[in-house]
Design a protein around this ligand. Structure first.
Ligand code: SAH
Length: 555
């Protein structure tokens, strides 16, 4: 009953970090607890089968509980599980991924590898954005928004940000007070200073400070610059103009106050220019571990064609390009693609090509258009349609079905799925498994320590044709259905015969369909290897079959 005070043991943690326990058989969700805690809670919301409780007291602390390093961890919306010891955090994240793969993906017997964690899971973020405000007493506050509010909790000592941030922020606070700088007020849309963005280059030690202002000039900024440049590593001091009445932090325009307009950093020895607006992975140590897994899963030898979908500034694309023949990257943010192209140039890559647009639009369009070129026997076009590896790294909502569908048609031997949401990952894996792929490896990586988020890199392989193939199999014996092929083999044969007078075999049709990226059922489509002794479709017959496939709208 609502307002009842109950005692319960926490025996699980939910997807948002909330503790789960039973009080007299009734399931309660309670925040700020860990597995093993015995607690007293007040029921604050009651539903038929479960309710929400407010933690009143911890009767017996779990051995998994630690004292948060951050004194405002509970109020701040950033770290949801800092009170859980790190080993338990990793275990929780492994269970989360496993649970989602089972429940949402229906993938019961898949091993989820232990989460790759950090040796020191603090001060890992290379980017921080601090809102600036005035509290009720008129004091300047710089810190973070409290959970689901726009109330700023004063805190310049964030335990997951860079330690120098505190020095920078205190210099700015002193400047605001001494120079009487007006602070932006969301309600009235008045005041100048809105946010402070700080970026750090992990390998280079370079620092960028960017002040987000509601205006075009920051008064007396020379004084501020003078102080900031004394900090070792200071490379770039910028203004970002945001005059919009919005809670989007950054505006589109940037001005350089001092130094460069960007800092540089590297990931796996490839260097990048990072401007205030660039997307860049926020945990550099774990990003390298994550990317190395992507590379390990892709098993490149230098001959491969690779697609990197949702490529951002091309970090995975370039890493792949170090050991692939050709890499194609797709990303919806045009500025990110501009960065990607510059990064490719900067690092002397000439085997990458980038496309701007939604992956679910660009890739199907590309597939349609290039299918036509394939008819002219364009070798590169053929390989782009039938890549060896496709990497996807979508935002939380995962991939659209239309994209997964075209990936399946492209028939890559491997798909490497990098996910920041294991629920949508599970949904998409289920789809890919139903279309002939097998989940080979699931490796979570802890990119966001102390939060409930977990990154997962997953390897899928096209079902191993070597186990199924019978090279000598007469293709006439196969039971093709309309679901697998828009036109049956007989229809294609009849069309070719009528148009050209040529006789073509099922084997030739299968070969050409594969060349055009049409997926066949796994047990009959492929020769074991390129040098197996199958007759190869002669060019004039290939041309005729392609005409037929076009006629039936199959390519
Ligand atoms: N692979 C990159 C970026 C991953 S973040 C890296 O490791 O740094 C996901 C990226 O997907 C973002 O850059 C986002 O802008 C982009 N994105 C979001 N929706 C997209 C879509 N529908 N098509 C293509 N890119 C998209």
């Amino acid at each position: 009953m609502k307002n009842d005070i109950v005692t319960l043991t926490i025996d699980d943690i939910g997807t948002n970090g909330e503790g789960i326990g039973k009080a007299d058989g009734y399931t309660l969700f309670v925040k700020d607890v860990v597995v093993g805690d015995i607690i007293k809670a007040k029921i604050i919301k009651e539903k038929k089968n479960y309710g929400y409780g407010k933690l009143l007291a911890i009767i017996k602390e779990s051995k998994n509980r630690v004292i948060s390093k951050c004194t405002v961890a509970k109020q701040c919306g950033g770290c949801q599980i800092q009170h859980m010891n790190y080993q338990s955090q990793l275990q929780y994240k492994q269970n989360l991924v496993k649970g989602n793969l089972e429940k949402i993906g229906g993938l019961k017997d898949i091993e989820v590898l232990p989460v790759i964690g950090m040796d020191t899971p603090y001060h890992y973020r290379n980017k921080a954005q601090y809102p600036v405000g005035i509290d009720k007493e008129g004091k300047v506050v710089i810190g973070f928004y409290a959970k689901r509010t726009h109330c700023i909790i004063d805190n310049t000592d964030c335990k997951i940000g860079s330690p120098t941030n505190q020095t920078i922020l205190e210099i700015i606070r002193k400047y605001i007070i001494e120079q009487n700088i007006s602070i932006y007020d969301e309600e009235s849309h008045q005041g100048i200073l809105r946010h402070i963005l700080i970026r750090n280059g992990y390998h280079t030690g370079e620092i960028m400070v960017c002040l987000v202002i509601n205006g075009t000039k920051l008064p007396y900024c020379e004084k501020l610059i003078q102080e900031l440049v004394s900090i070792s590593g200071m490379t770039s001091i910028m203004l970002n103009i945001n005059k919009d009445k919005t809670n989007v932090i950054l505006g589109k325009e940037c001005k350089t106050l001092w130094g460069q307009a960007y800092i540089t950093d590297s990931i796996c020895d490839i260097t990048y220019e990072i401007s205030p607006l660039s997307f860049f992975q926020i945990n550099p140590i774990q990003t390298e571990k994550l990317y190395k897994k992507v590379l390990e899963f892709a098993q490149l030898t230098g001959k491969e064609t690779v697609w990197d979908l949702y490529c951002g500034i091309g970090t995975i694309s370039l890493l792949m390009a170090t050991n692939a023949k050709k890499v194609y990257g797709v990303e919806v943010v045009s500025e990110a693609i501009e960065d990607a192209r510059n990064n490719a140039k900067r690092n002397n890559f000439n085997n990458v090509e980038f496309f701007v647009g939604k992956a679910e639009v660009v890739v199907p369009q590309f597939y349609e258009e290039v299918s036509r070129k394939v008819m002219d026997g364009n070798e590169e076009a053929m390989q782009s349609l039938n890549p060896d590896v496709v990497v996807v790294d979508p935002p939380r909502k995962g991939c659209e079905d239309i994209l997964l569908d075209v990936i399946v048609k492209m028939s890559p031997k491997k798909i490497v799925y990098v996910s920041c949401d294991s629920a949508t990952l599970a949904r998409d894996l289920k789809y890919l498994v139903s279309r002939g792929y097998e989940v080979m490896r699931v490796q979570p990586v802890d990119q966001f320590c102390h939060t409930v988020h977990v990154e997962t890199v997953c390897l899928l392989s096209k079902l191993n044709v070597e186990h199924y193939i019978e090279v000598e199999l007469s293709l006439d014996e196969m039971d093709l259905t309309a679901a697998e092929s828009k036109a049956t083999y007989e229809e294609i044969k009849a069309y070719v015969k009528e148009k050209t007078g040529l006789q073509v075999s099922n084997l030739y049709i299968a070969q050409v369909k594969r060349k055009c990226g049409i997926v066949e059922r796994v047990n009959y489509n492929l020769p074991k290897s390129e040098d197996s002794r199958q007759p190869k479709c002669p060019p004039e017959k290939e041309k005729a079959i392609i005409e037929a496939l076009r006629h039936f709208w199959m390519i």
